[in-house]
Design a protein around this ligand. Sequence first.
Ligand code: SAH
Length: 563
Amino acid sequence: MKDRTPLLIVGHGTRSAAGVGQFAALVARIRRREAVADVEGGFIELSRPPLTDAVGALAGRGHRRLVALPLVLAAAGHGKGDIPAALAREKRRHPGLRYAYGRPLGPHPLLQEVLAERIDAALDGADRAGTWVALIGRGSTDPDANAEVTKVARLLWEGRGYAGVEPGFVSLAEPSVPAVLERLRRLGARRIVVAPYFLFAGVLPDRIVAQSREFAADHPGLDVRVAEVIGDCDALADLVLERHAEALRGDIRMNCDTCAYRVALPGFADKVGRPQTPHHHPDDPAHGHDHQHHHADHHHEPALRPGQVAVVGGGPGPDDLITVRGRALLDAADVVVADRLAPAGLLRGLRPGVVVVDAAKVPRGPSMAQETINDTLVAHARAGKRVVRLKGGDPYVFGRGHEEVLACAAAGVETVLVPGVSSAVAAPALAGVPVTHRGVAHEFTVVSGHLPPGHPDSLVDWAALAQARGTLVLLMAVDTVGRIAAELLAHGRAADTPVLVVRDAGHPDQWTARCRLDEVGALAERDEVRPPAVFVVGPVVALAADPAPAAAAPAPAAVPARG
Ligand code: SAH
């Protein structure tokens, strides 16, 4: 009887045309079985068809519930992180879509049997008893995935009569292919079959062949043969269908007892409780051959490495006005050094155990405080922590962000900068006022009011600003706006120029008021006008949408419906 719930087979993708062909052949084979009503296959990267097309095809045929099966031998980065992330994007694209996530394929007796067949084919009649097998897995930064390969090596040996089976890895883990071959040679092996524990052809299986040949060439007395990969075959189709049925029964067991994201394993304690982060996928030649380094993939969010400081703009206040990149780095942080204006809601959402340093509470005067903050950032980074310096708005708009970046650089600490939504633009916007508007203002100038006009340290040419016709946005000006207005009026700015003040923009208690330029000094005396507030001076203020889009409401800002 056909099962009604469709099967979505998810591959990670490869640059190998042969590998893509084998994947497609397997999907076709499973379709021909007619055990499942509808079957599609897609890749999360590198190969066609992309996952989104496969999901689109199933959704287009009216399916709302499906089984998504990661076509991987062991649960590592692809199975635990990348494929679920890609599926989450599909769920957003297709509201109402639900899926049961299947288990990785191995270890499974069917796979051991196929491996034995591939090894026998390579032996071509030579006896098993005189044969050592090097079972080569992909290799992972996830110790649990490497342990799975080791388990399969043992299972493959049991009862099959090989002299022995030793596990090895083609990337990211030891022993490497040459290392395991050398180990077998020293154990006295005369004949070795290298068996790739891989589903399909690809860059890495090719590398296994090349490394085995190289080793054989250096050891002429040794008989080294390489077996085929598992490939498209009936046993694999059986196994995929078994995983489909299992997912429908809700009978999914991942081995979490030895998962580095759950339990502290020696050398991997920093992974506990952390989301699985995308890392280097050595199948992708775009990353070069330096496969011992796990750096952030350019097409993924950048990871924050231990010892790095990320200076992150948190946006003007609401939790969801931080950038996606900033949020990802915040989720990766061990230590967060937060500004007074950094969105407080974001701090409440941190993992338990994350150290939060409130920079607003750093004692002593303001310049000393900055030095203390710099020292704090450097000290935590040097202790091997992932440090996020979370700031309000954009870190480079009156945020002293660059001072911190320079201080880290001077101490030899690497930094990552994530821009943010600045209150200079967001505060007027959240109050319904655009800083530019066609035919009204072709420029906007953001000015700090922390020093009044005439102050010896001031770098602002107030007379020139008075002559300008565009929008003037004043930050940190609650105490000085009266004197600034007087200066602008004295240099010719019109007395009836409209002014908007926005306090606590984006917060539930956002407060706004409007007046003329010659009235703002008096307005600023009112109790409601207190930091943090932004003043907007110029004709755009008269354009304020009434009511403002999502004026006093917290995020998300309303987007006017079209049509
Ligand atoms: N880096 C920040 C600005 C820091 S200076 C940014 O890009 O937004 C601090 C000033 O920013 C405050 O005095 C105030 O003028 C303004 N500000 C910051 N957040 C604000 C908010 N939510 N509402 C109104 N003004 C804000």
